[in-house]
Every structure is written in C-alpha cells, then in structure tokens.
Design a protein around this ligand. Structure first.
Ligand code: BEZ
Ligand code: FE
Length: 287
C-alpha cells in the first residue's frame, strides 16, 4: 500500500472519490480534488492562511446567510462564476434575448398586474414605462407570455432587503396581449451597490473593484413552447455599464431611456410632469 507523500496525494484522494455512487458525483468530486489540489499547489498557502480561508467561509455562512440572504451566491457573483454558469448553460440560438444572472433578490409569487399597471405605486422615483414586443426569432408575436419583473428602489434596496416590508414591492407579473405587446409602469431604476456589510464586502475593499451595478430591471420571461429567459435590461449611458461587479451586462440588453416633459404615456394616459419610456423587445426561441 502506498502511503501519502506530496507527489501521490492528489492521485490517492482522487481514487477515494472514484468510489462515488452516482456517475455525476464521481465526475464532480474527482475534478474538484484535481482542480483544488492544483490551486493549492500553485498558491502554496501557509497553514495560517488555509485556516483563515476556512474561517472566512464559516463566517460567511454563520453571519451572512439566512432565509433572506445568501452571501455565497454573492461570492459566486463577484468571482464571475454565476455568470459563467449562466453562459455555459445558455444554449439558445443567436438573436434570442440572452440570459443573465438571476441575482439574490428575486422572489417568486409576485402579484399579477394588468397591462400598463404601476408596480411602483407609492414609491419615490421618476415615472417610467417599460414596453415592448415579445416575439419569436422570426418576429412573430408571442401572445400570453408571462413576464416576472423586479427591481430596486431609488436607494438601491430590494424588498427582500427590507425586513419591515411585508407586501410585495417593486415586483409584479405581467402578460403580453394577443399582439405580443406588454407594458409595465414603474420608476426609472438607478445603479446601486451590492451589499458591502458582509464577507464579500471585506474582500472587495481589499481591491480596486467597483462594487456597483449599473441601473437595471430584472425579467423572467416564459411562454408555453419557448425557452425561458432570465435577463435584465440596462439603462444606456448609465454609470458602471463597463464595470458591473457581477458581469451581467451584454450589448443586446442595453436600451435607451427617453425622458419626456409630460404628455401621453405608452398606455395612452395623460402624464403631468416628466416621465421616461423604454422599449425593450424580447426574442424567444422555441423549445
Ligand atoms: C441583482 O441584480 O439583483 C444582483 C445580482 C447579483 C448580485 C447582487 C445583486
Ligand atoms: Fe438587481
């Protein structure tokens, strides 16, 4: 029997994990051993550094994870891993609306709203109408597509970050009509910082990395017979488009916000005072 030395240790550890019962677990765990050992051999941490890394992970779970917050997702986001996983899995045809990270602030079960209804009722901010067409790749309208929409408020806070909020806030589900069109009334989004009070913030503060996300609104778009799209729209000319801390920005998702002094909204209502309109068309691929 071969006892352990630093040359055979990786092989010995891999061989143990070869005994995994499921083929996928075997593949994942043996690769994890292979890559993690390569990382350790490359970085050559001291024992104190390795202990500090374990303490970092323990603190991340103990102090910054609960049913409203998952700091590990944020860690995966700022390392670019969340976006890498999304991109490796986004096998839709060219020309479809690309997928992006879901992010930690999505909440299922948003209220259903009628076309053009205001999901920002009573919330400070510039009135904004987001409207567009949901089509297939040939430009044929997709009726009755379901759009689950959510965003942060003018202080960059999502409902899930505000424990005192009990009713749905800045999130709603809309549907396209028979013409494939939709319209959402909301407030213009602003850029915001990711939460910096946790272990991810501690890491970021040790770098020159910008901790901001550019102004955006999140969408999940689903329709029977089409692949699901999880995406964002980003405001053209917003700060941080080229430095998004979670690597979410793509050309196709950047749209202009047109600001009006007042007048008719896309829903035909008369608006007194300034408001913005945004056209965001979504292209789905059939399954
Ligand atoms: C978000 O856009 O909601 C988000 C995504 C990833 C990390 C932090 C925030
Ligand atoms: Fe967001």
């Amino acid at each position: 029997m071969a006892f352990v030395n630093k040359d055979n240790l990786t092989q010995l550890a891999k061989a143990r994990w070869e005994t995994s019962h499921s083929p996928r677990m075997r593949e994942v765990m043996t690769k994890l051993v292979e890559h993690a050992h390569a990382f350790v051999r490359d970085v050559n941490p001291t024992e104190a550094e390795w202990l500090a890394a374990c303490e970092f992970l323990a603190r991340t779970g103990r102090e910054f994870c609960d049913d409203r917050r998952n700091e590990f997702i944020l860690l995966s986001d700022v390392l670019g891993i969340s976006t890498l996983v999304v991109q490796l899995n986004d096998k839709k045809a060219d020309g479809t609306t690309p997928n992006t990270v879901l992010g930690p602030f999505y909440q299922p079960g948003s209220p259903e709203m009628a076309d053009g209804q205001n999901m920002a009722e009573g919330i400070e901010g510039e009135t904004c109408y987001v409207h567009g067409n949901v089509t297939d790749l040939n430009g044929t309208p997709v009726p009755n597509a379901r759009l689950d929409v959510w965003q942060a408020d003018d202080e960059g806070m999502y409902e899930v970050q505000l424990p005192e909020i009990t009713d749905p806030r800045l999130r709603a589900v809309f549907h396209t009509g028979s013409d494939g069109k939709y319209c959402v009334q909301t407030i213009s989004p602003l850029g915001y910082t990711i939460p910096m009070d946790g272990t991810v913030g501690d890491l970021i503060r040790g770098t020159e990395i910008s901790h901001f996300r550019p102004a955006h609104i999140h969408f999940i778009v689903e329709a029977p017979g089409y692949k699901r799209v999880v995406t964002h729209l980003f405001r053209k000319d917003a700060p941080y488009l080229d430095s998004d801390v979670v690597f979410g920005v793509k050309d196709d998702l950047i749209v202009p916000f047109n600001v009006h002094d007042g007048g008719e909204s896309p829903t035909g209502d008369k608006v007194n005072g300034p408001f913005a309109t945004v056209q965001f068309d979504i292209r789905l691929e059939a399954v």
